[in-house]
Design a protein around this ligand. Sequence first.
Ligand code: 5GP
Length: 222
Amino acid sequence: MSKRINDDTSNQGLLIVISGPSGVGKGTLCKILLNRVENLFLSISATTRPPRVGEVDGRNYIFMSPEVFEEKIQKGEFLEWARVYNNYYGTPKDKVFQMLREGKDVVLEIDIQGAAQVKKNYPEGIFIFISPPNFDELKKRIIKRGKDSKDSIELRMKCAADEMKAALDYDYIVLNDDLNQAALCLQSIILAERCRISRNMELLKKLREEWANDESVHRLTY
Ligand code: 5GP
C-alpha cells in the first residue's frame, strides 16, 4: 500500500460510519477492510447483549450489564448509543476521539439510529450503507450464520425493511453481492476520501512553499 498523501500532516483521522441490516456482512467486510487499508482502526462497541459462542470480551465487544451501560449513558461516555434488538449498544467516546486526534482513521460499525446521532454531532464523518442484493438473500445469510434464535431472526428481518429506508441519509451505498467487489468499493471510498483537497491543505501549503522558495526546482538538471 502506498504512503498516505497526508501522512506528513497533523490532520485528524477520518471517522467512517458503516451501517446496514443485520446479516448483510458488515463484520466480514470490515475485517477485510482493516486488513487491506493501513492506518484504519475499528472502534470496539459496548453492549449488553450476551456474548455469542467464540466472541471475546474487549475484542468483539465490551460486554456489560444494563446497569453499568445506563450509568455510562448518564455520564455521557458514549459518542452514540441505541437500543437494538432489545439490547443496548454504544460507542465509547474517549477512545474514538483519542484515535482521531492521533491521526488514525476509525471505523464505527453501528446501526442506523447510532449513525444518525453521529451525523448530528460529527457531520464531517463519512457515512457508508451496506445493502444486501435482496431480502431473500439477507434472510438466508442470517439463518446460515446460525447465531440467532428464531425470534431474533424474525426481529432482524422486520427491522431490515426500515433500515433500508435510512440509506438515503448516507453518503455512499455499497451492494454486498460479491464480497471481494464490495470490499474493493469500501477500500476505494476510504482512499478517495483521504485524497480530498480539503483534507490535504497542509501538504498543498508545503508543496506551494517549496515551489515558490526553491529556485532549483525551476531548472532542468541532467
Ligand atoms: P450484533 O448483535 O449482530 O453484533 O449487532 C446488532 C446490531 O447492532 C448491528 O446492526 C450492529 O451494527 C449494531 N451495533 C453494534 N455496535 C453498535 C454500537 O456501538 N452502536 C450502535 N448504535 N449500534 C451498534
